[in-house]
Design a protein around this ligand. Structure first.
Ligand code: ATP
Ligand code: MG
Length: 251
């Protein structure tokens, strides 16, 4: 039985692609309002893990539970769970032929069956939340990467999700634009949104995360609070990794 204290439970997830064993038993629980940052070297399965949580990848073994209901093996109900579990990708995935407003509105109308006027109000509200209301009538091609990413966050928020998964939401962006997106995410964390964030932004992870999970070779090797991860001698591998990441781009 899943414990109601936890919004999300991930239990012993395994995933291989052919011969390649990418996830080798990943288990963790998420409480409401937590921001968990996943860090780790390239190819260790961070994206695959997020994709297994909302079943964009089907795990070979293991379970995912949301509020005590099983997400894995949920058949047609997966569409319901995908509304409850939002996702924000590195490359935004906005519809190019729709304005910012329509990008946020469309799932409200098509998936949630909201009437167009109500959907428009809700979409404008969410755009306001991410500081993008002024850009509502603009098309993705007219937006900076940071603005486009904020629209895609508004789109995720519009579904009133229980949790949002972010897969390197700023890694396609310049530092300036990265900052504006991280600010929005920080605000969401402060408002109590539950978030799982794959990121290389250690400043964000250290200041916003309730827990940092260091993934390597398909498992969570080390986890702890940002303070523990930075100071505790036992987290040697993670500290080495952080040293390498934060060393990039410095003179
Ligand atoms: N659909 C797929 N088919 C085959 N192999 C895949 C597929 N998706 C991911 N992989 C492989 O699984 C491994 C883990 O990929 P994943 O994208 O989860 O890593 P990651 O930790 O997110 O890396 P990065 O930091 O580079 O984004 C990689 O070797 C990748 O090539
Ligand atoms: Mg990835």
């Amino acid at each position: 039985m899943a414990d109601e204290e936890y919004i999300l439970r991930v239990e012993n997830i395994h995933k291989s692609f052919g011969e390649l064993e990418v996830l080798r038993g990943v288990t963790f629980d998420v409480k409401k309002g937590e921001t968990i940052c996943f860090i780790g070297p390239s190819g260790t399965g961070k994206s695959t893990l997020l994709r297994c949580i909302n079943q964009l990848n089907k795990p070979d073994d293991g379970h995912v539970w949301l509020h005590g209901e099983e997400v894995t093996n949920s058949g047609n109900r997966i569409n319901y769970f995908r509304q409850r579990i939002g996702m924000v990708f590195q490359n935004f995935f906005l519809f190019d032929h729709l304005t910012a407003l329509k990008n946020v509105e469309i799932a409200l109308i098509k998936v949630r069956g909201m009437d167009p006027k109500e959907a428009r109000e809700k979409a404008l509200y969410e755009l306001r939340q991410v500081g993008m209301e002024k850009w509502a009538e603009h098309y993705p091609a007219e937006l900076s990467g940071g603005q486009a990413q904020r629209v895609s966050i508004a789109r995720a928020l519009a579904m009133d999700p229980d949790v949002i998964l972010f897969d390197e939401p700023t890694s396609a962006l310049d530092p300036e634009l990265t900052r504006e997106v991280l600010e929005v995410m920080k605000l969401l964390a402060e408002q109590g949104m539950t978030m799982l964030v794959v990121t290389h932004e250690m400043g964000f992870a250290c200041s916003v995360a309730t827990r940092i999970m260091f993934m390597e070779h398909g498992i969570i090797q080390e986890q702890g609070s940002p303070d523990q991860m930075m100071s505790d001698q036992t987290f040697e591998r993670c500290k080495n990794f952080i040293g390498k990441v934060t060393g990039y781009g410095t003179d």
